[in-house]
Design a protein around this ligand. Structure first.
Ligand SMILES: Cc1ncc(COP(=O)(O)O)c(C=O)c1O
Length: 398
């Protein structure tokens, strides 16, 4: 059968995540990979999870193995709403939807808000899974450049006016304000406020994707964009602070929007798996979250420092990179003459991998950039991998 003729327009517009494809190559054991966005395996609180799981299976086993509500377990929604108060976010369980990873939340927001051709504004660069979720629904993605203070919000209003003048329907701003993936930068407080003003003025939904703010190892925390406007859809996940394999994440938003997202979720997967939700609930209830996070940030600061020091020592002149205060990534800018997608083959020969930057740019630019992950490789591998990468870069500069 000629399936190509049968695929929907939507399926034809979908693209494979370049990172997922890369991961397949870079997971070969001899390759040192800075490509993925994986937490360190040493960050998983295995003993605590073992204990909690045993207790759940003994006391609540039937519930753990049954279907659950589409919204997520009531006790988890309640305790999470309570937990958010510490971050200045006011919510009740009715404002909280539990999703199968933030990736599902991105997909649901796309389904619920976006018609073909609607404009979604995102960072230039931006998280590839977000780009792909909005692209799959045939939105028009418009990128706003980033600098060291995150998205250049001052450019936003003119771009909005121009798009409106050309007859486009604008719906959404998709932003990762804290330790941005891929760039590692943080949106400044002034820009957070300005962004909210613009979104209110032009009736745009802000989707604030926040997997990383808890992973701050230096500097001062900033309030989330959600604290400035209740209409913001705030997405966060347990993937980076507990376990990505649990696929437990949260959308916090106005009740009526949560209701729509729930209906969309019903046709996606009925409900998320119950056992990981129960484990997550006990993890919060027994006060493990705030005890566990400092263990992770201490580890990631050390890894980040090793990466920065080794780059400083071995990278040739003319190369810039971000010095993140948290999260998992540094963003490297090479001279324009280097195309990191082409250089990747050479890197593989030296058994080192990264993600080439153009994958994160909706306008195809960024060909001289790359993303490096420091959370997943061991300390020794970070040092060795950066030395190998330095060699590859030097060779490609010639
Ligand atoms: C910015 C961003 N959003 C969403 C996700 C998806 O996370 P989850 O594991 O919760 O689906 C990631 C994962 O790396 C991410 O970096």
């Amino acid at each position: 059968m000629d399936f190509e003729k049968l695929y929907s327009e939507r399926a034809l517009s979908m693209r494979a995540s370049e990172i997922r494809e890369l991961l397949k190559i870079s997971q070969q054991p001899e390759i040192i990979s800075f490509a993925g966005g994986l937490p360190s395996p040493d960050s998983f609180p295995l003993d605590i999870i073992r204990k909690i799981t045993k207790e759940i299976l003994e006391n609540d086993g039937e519930k753990a193995l049954q279907y659950g509500p589409t919204e997520g377990l009531m006790e988890l929604r309640e305790i999470f709403a309570e937990y958010l108060k510490k971050d200045g976010i006011t919510a009740t369980y009715e404002n909280v939807l539990v999703t199968v990873g933030s990736q599902e939340a991105l997909d649901l927001t796309a389904k619920v808000f976006i018609n073909k051709g609607d404009v979604v504004i995102c960072g230039l660069p931006s998280y590839i899974g977000g780009i792909n979720a909005y692209r799959a629904i045939q939105s028009r993605l418009e990128g706003i450049p980033l600098d060291n203070d995150g998205m250049a919000v001052s450019l936003l209003e003119d771009r909005i006016k121009e798009l409106q003048k050309n007859g486009h329907t604008l719906k959404m701003i998709y932003i990762i304000p804290t330790f941005q993936n891929p760039a590692g930068v943080v949106l400044s407080e002034d820009r957070r406020k300005h962004l909210v003003e613009i979104a209110q003025k032009y009736h745009l939904i802000i989707v604030e994707d926040d997997p990383y703010s808890k992973l701050r190892f230096e500097g001062k925390s900033l309030k989330s964009i959600k604290t400035y406007d209740d209409n913001v859809l705030y997405l966060t996940t347990f993937s980076k602070i507990l376990s990505p394999g649990f696929r437990v994440a949260f959308v916090v938003g106005p009740k009526e929007v949560i209701r729509k997202l729930v209906i969309a979720k019903q046709s996606t997967d009925l409900c998320g798996p119950v056992l990981p939700q129960l484990i997550s609930y006990h993890f919060i209830k027994d006060n493990h979250v705030d005890k566990h996070i400092p263990l992770i940030t201490k580890m990631y600061k050390r890894k980040k420092d090793i990466m920065m020091e080794t780059m400083e020592q071995y990278f040739p002149p003319g190369i810039e990179w971000t010095h993140p205060q948290g999260g998992m990534f540094s963003w490297v800018r090479l001279p324009e003459s280097i195309n990191t997608m082409i250089m990747f083959q050479d890197a593989l020969k030296e058994k080192v991998a990264y993600v080439h930057g153009a994958a994160f740019y909706v306008d195809g630019s960024g060909t001289n950039t790359m993303r490096l992950n420091f959370s997943n490789p061991s300390d020794e591998k970070i040092e060795e991998g950066i030395k190998r990468l330095a060699m590859v870069i030097k060779r490609n500069l010639k």
